[in-house]
Design a protein around this ligand. Structure first.
Ligand code: GLY
Ligand code: MN
Ligand code: MN
Length: 472
């Protein structure tokens, strides 16, 4: 958590940017798995964390945009809470820790909203994304849960504020990526024949927990990198497989997120083909990073990375024709169907609960409906303090190629016969997190091997080290 003044100044900036009304932030509650007292790991709402910092269930915050008054809703710990969950400070102490002097019991929220409605004041809410929150908010607002109208004014103000990270947020993001780096270094060293994907993923999760954090999203770890969000299975890795690892940690305490992807050759040696495709993705990633600076539309960095990929694939005979024209037509999307990256902060896909288009698009940029470009989550011009992922990839997705070929799609740009020679390749993605600075950008964290010789050396360094722990 930050000092109380950090949260107070965030709240002041928000209330100053809204014309009037009552702003309501609902914190998250526990989310049951299969019966009420058996729940998933608690995950606080990102906007609640941003303005109220408290990483625990059962809380809500109101801000009066006219008077600036902040009230924290919740309850003092009951003896039942103490017996089952342990001691917790009184509500007033928790409020003081975030610079809030007003507190009220949980039911006080319904009263405050009721009063605002009777006085014909606008009640600003964010869109709920959990079932229980949706029902609760519908009841509080006196509308059907299907008819909750989130406040466009509030969403725009929250997005504008949260997209630009302060120095202390960037410090926390660096910590998140540092912990994430430890997860990936261990995964590289464990990428040995005979060990299952699940064992590697389990060890990565262990690193996140041991570092005081936890995974910022369910770990993607697979030899089938071409399945973009594939999760680990009990598949036992074999010499020569490519192991794609996309995972991150929330930083201890603050909960800012890391999100990194690396690809390791199981056993420690890239084949010629693996190296060739890996180098193309790496080139696309490094050129995109170089292009990120204040004023550059993120969509331009995306299109640049797509062009580098199309050029590389033309060099290998998988694509043909003019790479720039191929990208314009969307032909490269057979190999890179997703966008270059997304904003990252307290949420891995930062503020996506408020709507991907609201976060990543504006009056200047509308979302394309072209396959591939349509999945670009963020197109806007970059600003100092934006934190983004840069994650181009290259995938051989047989079913997609078969469909396109049957439709006669992009035959001037794609060499389908050559595709058949690479069909079982899998996929590669390389992802780093950057912060936009005055004169360009900086890759967050301590640096994680990504040149082919560095990755090979990292995998090879694990041969002996893991003979006993996490045996194959
Ligand atoms: N973790 C999924 C992604 O990289 O967006
Ligand atoms: Mn990722
Ligand atoms: Mn990502």
């Amino acid at each position: 958590m930050f000092a109380p003044e950090t949260y107070a100044s965030r709240r002041r900036a928000l209330t100053a940017s809204l014309s009037s009304g009552l702003i309501v932030f609902l914190g998250n509650d526990q989310a049951p798995m299969n019966y009420p007292s058996n729940y998933y790991r608690f995950r606080q709402d990102g906007s609640f964390l941003y303005y109220a910092g408290l990483d625990e269930p059962g809380l809500a915050l109101t801000l009066d945009a006219d008077s600036g008054e902040a009230v924290l809703y919740g309850h003092d710990p009951t003896m039942d809470d103490v017996v089952w969950e342990g001691p917790l400070p009184p509500l007033a102490d928790r409020a003081a820790s975030i610079g809030v002097s007003g507190t009220a019991p949980t039911d006080g929220l319904a009263e405050a909203i009721g009063k605002a409605r009777v006085a014909n004041r606008k009640v600003h809410v964010l869109p709920p994304y959990r079932g229980d929150q949706t029902l609760n908010l519908g009841k509080l607002l006196g509308v059907s849960p299907y008819e909750i109208a989130p406040s466009e004014e509030l969403m725009a103000a929250v997005i504008a504020q949260r997209l630009v990270k302060s120095e202390e947020e960037i410090t926390e993001l660096d910590k998140a990526v540092a912990l994430t780096a430890e997860m990936h270094l261990l995964a590289m060293r464990m990428a040995q024949p005979g060990r299952s994907e699940m064992k590697v993923a389990a060890a990565m999760e262990g690193v996140a927990h041991a570092g005081g954090g936890y995974p910022s999203f369910p770990i993607i770890l697979t030899r089938h990198g071409e399945v973009l969000h594939n999760h680990p299975t009990d598949y036992v890795l074999r010499e020569g497989d490519l192991m794609l690892t996309d995972g991150g940690a929330h930083a201890p305490g603050s909960r800012y997120a890391g999100d990194i992807t690396r690809v390791s050759p199981v056993g420690g040696h890239f084949s010629d083909r693996q190296r060739a495709l890996y180098e193309i993705v790496l080139d696309a990633q490094m050129q995109a990073i170089d292009a990120c600076k204040p004023g550059t539309p993120f969509r331009d960095a995306h299109l640049l990375s797509c062009r580098v990929i199309a050029e590389g694939l033309a060099g290998l005979g998988l694509m043909k024709g003019d790479p720039a024209e191929a990208v314009k037509a969307g032909a490269h999307a057979l190999f890179m169907p997703h966008g270059l990256g997304h904003a990252i902060g307290l949420d891995v896909h930062d503020m996506e609960a408020l709507g991907e288009d609201r976060v990543g698009y504006d009056d200047e940029f509308q979302r394309s409906d072209q396959f591939g470009l349509a999945y670009l989550r963020y197109a806007r011009r970059l600003e100092v303090g934006n934190v983004m992922t840069i994650e181009p990839g290259l995938y051989l997705i047989g079913a997609l190629a078969d469909m396109w070929q049957a439709e006669g799609k992009h035959t001037t740009f794609i060499n389908y016969d050559e595709f058949d020679q690479w069909r079982d390749f899998g996929g590669i993605r390389i992802e780093d997190d950057i912060v936009v600075t005055e004169d360009g950008c900086r890759v967050l964290g301590p640096g994680i091997p990504k040149q082919t010789d560095e990755v090979e050396a990292a995998v090879q360094s694990g041969f002996e080290a893991f003979a006993d722990a996490w045996p194959v």
